[in-house]
Design a binder for this molecule. Structure first.
Ligand SMILES: Cc1cc2nc3c(=O)[nH]c(=O)nc-3n(C[C@H](O)[C@H](O)[C@H](O)COP(=O)(O)OP(=O)(O)OC[C@H]3O[C@@H](n4cnc5c(N)ncnc54)[C@H](O)[C@@H]3O)c2cc1C
Length: 417
C-alpha cells in the first residue's frame, strides 16, 4: 500500500559558510551576487544547472526586451557585450539580440572578476530555520547533500523555491483560476545558403497555414549579419513549477519545435536548417510571493512611483494566453516603479526574493518579468542584504536612503528622481 508521507532525517555536512547566499543564477541571481560582492560581502551563488543567465541562456531567450531605463548592472552588460546598442542617456529603449553562448561565458568571467564563488549543479532542496531566520540551505550537489550556512539569503530561483519551502505565503498565475502563462521552447535556425530538405519527424504536426501555428503567428528575430533566426513560436499550456505539466511540456514543446521549423522551411526560410534547441522549455510564470507590497495592474497602468523604488520599466503588459489559445494580450504602458517591499517576505528577517517571483499580480508580473528588470531587482537585493549585514537590521527595516545611495554609486539611475 502507498504510504502517504515519509519523514526524512539526515545528518548533512556543512560545506561552507558565506555572508550572502544567492540561490539561482539567472538575471536576478547574477546581479544580486555581483552587487553584494561589490559591497565587500563574501557571496556564494548556487545554481542548479551548469550555466549562469537563467532563461536568458538555458532557455535561449536571447533578446533583452526594452524597459525604458538602461541602468546599473544591466547597462554594464550591454556596454561590455553589446556596446553598439548603448546610448549615453539612461532613459531610452533598446532591444538587443545576443548570443546566449557568449552571455554564458561572459557571466562566468564576470563572477570571477567580482569574486563571487559559483557552485554549479547545486540544487536547493530545503531551508533550515531558526525562528524568523534562515540558518542554512540544504543543497543537492554532485557530492550528495550539503548544508550551506549563511547570514542573508536571496531567493532568485524564478519560482520562489526557497521562500515557499520556508513557508512564505504565495500565489500562482491568474487570480481567477491560477493558470500561468504558457511555456515556450526557444530555438534557432541557421541560413546555410542553399536549399535544405525540410524534415518532419514522426508524430509532429504538419501546419498548413499561420492560423494553425501554436501562437497563431510568426514570431522570430532575423540576424542578417550572421544568418541566424531566433524563433519564439511554440506554446504549451503548462505551469513550469508543476511536475506533470513540465513532463508534458518538455515533450509537446519539442514536437512543436520540429513542426514549426518544418513549416518555416516551406514558407520563406527554404535555406535554413534547425541549428540549436534550448536545453529546457522556457518558463514565463510560476509562483509569486505575497510580500510586504503587491504590485498591481493598476500600479502598472497608472505609472505609479514609489519612494522605495528599486527598478523601473515601461515594458508592456504581455500575457501569452494562459489557456494556450492563439492570443496574446499586449498593452503599452508608460513606465512605473517597482518598490523594494515587493521583494520582502513578511515573516523573515534575512530572506529576500528577487526576479520574476516578486510580489505581483498576474497582470503586473507579465510586464515586470523581463530580464533587464530582473537584473535591476537582483542588484537592489544584493545591496539591501549588504546594508542589513552592516547595520545588523532585518531586511524589512533597512534604510532606503542608504539603498539608493549605494545603488547610485553602483551606476544605477532612476528616471525622474
Ligand atoms: C519563452 C520566453 C521568452 C522570453 N522572452 C524574453 C525576451 O525576449 N526578453 C526578455 O528580456 N525576457 C524574456 N523572457 C523573460 C525572462 O527571460 C525571464 O522572466 C527572466 O529570465 C527571469 O529572471 P530570473 O532571474 O527571475 O529567473 P530565471 O531566468 O528563471 O533564473 C532562475 C535561475 O535559478 C535556477 N534555479 C531554479 N531552481 C533552483 C534551485 N532549486 N536551486 C538552484 N538553482 C535554481 C535556474 O536554473 C535558473 O538559472 C522570456 C521568457 C520566456 C520563458
Amino acid at each position: 500500500m502507498l504510504k502517504a508521507n515519509y519523514s526524512f532525517e539526515r545528518q548533512v555536512k556543512t560545506f561552507t559558510h558565506a555572508e550572502v547566499i544567492v540561490i539561482g543564477g539567472g538575471p536576478a541571481g547574477t546581479a544580486a551576487a555581483i552587487s553584494a560582492a561589490r559591497c565587500g560581502k563574501k557571496v556564494l551563488l548556487l545554481e542548479k544547472s551548469a550555466q549562469l543567465g537563467g532563461m536568458g541562456t538555458l532557455g535561449n531567450v536571447s533578446v533583452f526586451m526594452p524597459v525604458g531605463n538602461v541602468t546599473g548592472i544591466y547597462r554594464e552588460i550591454i556596454q561590455e557585450m553589446l556596446e553598439e546598442n548603448l546610448l549615453p542617456e539612461h532613459n531610452h529603449s533598446i532591444a538587443p539580440q545576443y548570443s546566449p553562448f557568449l552571455l554564458r561565458h561572459y557571466l562566468n568571467e564576470k563572477m570571477k572578476k567580482e569574486q563571487v564563488q559559483v557552485c554549479f549543479h547545486c540544487e536547493f532542496i530545503g531551508t533550515i530555520q531558526e525562528g524568523s531566520r534562515i540558518r542554512a540551505v540544504i543543497v543537492s550537489t554532485r557530492e550528495g547533500l550539503k548544508a550551506f550556512e549563511g547570514e542573508r539569503f536571496i531567493d532568485c530561483t524564478g519560482d520562489a523555491r526557497v521562500a515557499i519551502d520556508a513557508g512564505v505565503p504565495y500565489h500562482t498565475g491568474r487570480e481567477e483560476d491560477g493558470l500561468t502563462q504558457p511555456m515556450t521552447l526557444m530555438f534557432t535556425m541557421q541560413n546555410t545558403g542553399k536549399t535544405v530538405t525540410p524534415v518532419l519527424p514522426e508524430g509532429c504536426y504538419d501546419y498548413e497555414n499561420e492560423a494553425d501555428l501554436p501562437q497563431g503567428r510568426r514570431l522570430y528575430w532575423e540576424q542578417h549579419n550572421d544568418g541566424t533566426l531566433l524563433v519564439n513560436m511554440s506554446r504549451v499550456k503548462a505551469n513550469g513549477a508543476i511536475m506533470e505539466d513540465v513532463n508534458y511540456a518538455e515533450m509537446e514543446a519539442l514536437k512543436q519545435v520540429f513542426s514549426i521549423a518544418y513549416y518555416l522551411q516551406k514558407t520563406g526560410f527554404e535555406t535554413y536548417a534547425l541549428a540549436h534547441i534550448a536545453a529546457q522549455t522556457g518558463v514565463r510564470e510560476t509562483n509569486q510571493i505575497n510580500g510586504r507590497y503587491t504590485l498591481t495592474e493598476q500600479d502598472v497602468v497608472d505609472g505609479v512611483q514609489f519612494a522605495d523604488v528599486v527598478a523601473q520599466t515601461n515594458y508592456e503588459i504581455d500575457i501569452h494566453s494562459p489557456n494556450a489559445e492563439k492570443t496574446t494580450d499586449e498593452r503599452k504602458v508608460s513606465g512605473y516603479d517597482i518598490p523594494y517591499r515587493c521583494m520582502v517576505p513578511e515573516a523573515f528577517d534575512n530572506l529576500l526574493v528577487a526576479g520574476r517571483p516578486i510580489s505581483a499580480t498576474h497582470v503586473a508580473m507579465s510586464s515586470m518579468r523581463m530580464q533587464a528588470t530582473c537584473y535591476a531587482l537582483g542588484q537592489a537585493a544584493g545591496v539591501a542584504v549588504a546594508i542589513s549585514l552592516d547595520d545588523s537590521s532585518p531586511l524589512n527595516d533597512i534604510s532606503i536612503n542608504k539603498l539608493h545611495n549605494i545603488l547610485e554609486r553602483q551606476g544605477v539611475k532612476f528616471i525622474g528622481k
